[in-house]
Design a protein around this ligand. Structure first.
Ligand code: PTJ
Length: 264
């Protein structure tokens, strides 16, 4: 870590996460826009309470079922994800036999290579999307359209984090199940994905790996039932209800504190 953060600092965890992104930026694989995106995420994390909330757990269960039932699952990795959770991405890929593919909004071959190196240094055997991003997602005009013909292009289930709405919509149009991890329940990605986990990627991926240990023992029929009964809109509504209720409670607490003792 470039800056030593005192362990006693009340926001130690959050500051360590920031440092990881700054390191990735200095090493040239996180883009400056990634730092801005993280700040946006932090703001939503404050609103949900910096915890994995019940609707996120519901979405994770559906995500675990979708990944276990998939024939060609792929985990898509960008600069921020590589900086924050490289080891957990490798663990998740192993747990569900998924391929890992680098896919970038601000694509350069040098960044893609660096991200693949980071993932390999955390144990990935194979990383797609570097030198082989020769297939194209139809109706998508950003650099994210470039994908591997052995990876995202043929995947039936794609897990994305800190994603943009355009690609999520384009992947859905291709008939794929998209699992998104996004702290903003109102983003186009969150609204367009098949399953949205509204949680910080640093909590969500390790929790998903953990959850898979129990979900993987379920029968195929039961996994299919989990997916059939899942409603992403319902889960997103529950996230908004959670934020709404939390803000009301916080506001009430402040009101109580400001009342003088004799006041009704
Ligand atoms: O590495 P590249 O070139 O692919 O670029 C990556 C970024 C993140 C810059 C690019 O995908 C981008 O611009 O993303 P957006 O459109 O800013 O969307 C990022 C979304 O992720 C926003 O909805 C944020 O609230 C959310 N977010 C930010 N940090 C986290 C997060 N969600 C989960 N965990 C986080 N730590």
């Amino acid at each position: 870590m470039r800056t030593e953060i005192p362990r006693t600092h009340p926001r130690y965890e959050s500051l360590v996460v920031r440092e990881k992104l700054v390191e990735g930026f200095e090493e040239g694989y996180v883009v400056p826009q990634g730092l801005i995106a993280h700040g946006r995420g932090e703001c939503f994390d404050y609103l949900i309470g910096e915890n994995t909330i019940e609707p996120a757990l519901k979405a994770m269960k559906a995500a675990a079922a979708a990944l276990l039932l998939a024939r060609h699952p792929v985990i898509s990795v960008n600069g921020n994800v590589a900086a924050l959770v490289p080891g957990d991405v490798v663990k998740l890929a192993r747990a569900v036999n998924a391929k890992i593919e680098v896919n970038l909004f601000y694509r350069s071959e040098e960044r893609a290579r660096k991200i693949a190196e980071v993932l390999r240094s955390h144990g990935a055997d194979e990383v797609l999307g570097v030198n082989d991003a020769t297939a194209t997602i139809p109706e998508l005009f950003s650099e994210r359209r470039r994908v591997s013909p052995r990876g995202i292009y043929v995947a039936d289930v794609v897990l994305v984090a800190l994603e943009d709405g355009d690609r999520t919509e384009a992947l859905r149009k291709m008939g794929k199940t998209v699992i998104a991890i996004d702290l903003n329940p109102l983003s186009r990605t969150s609204l367009a994905a098949s399953i949205t986990i509204v949680d910080n990627v640093v909590r969500a991926i390790p929790k998903l790996v953990d959850l898979l240990k129990s979900v993987r023992t379920e029968s195929r029929n039961h996994l299919e039932e989990i997916l059939r009964s899942y409603s992403n809109n319902e889960v997103l509504s529950e996230v908004l209800d959670h934020i709404n209720q939390r803000l009301r409670e916080l506001s009430e607490k402040l009101r109580v504190k400001t009342r003088s003792p004799g006041e009704p």
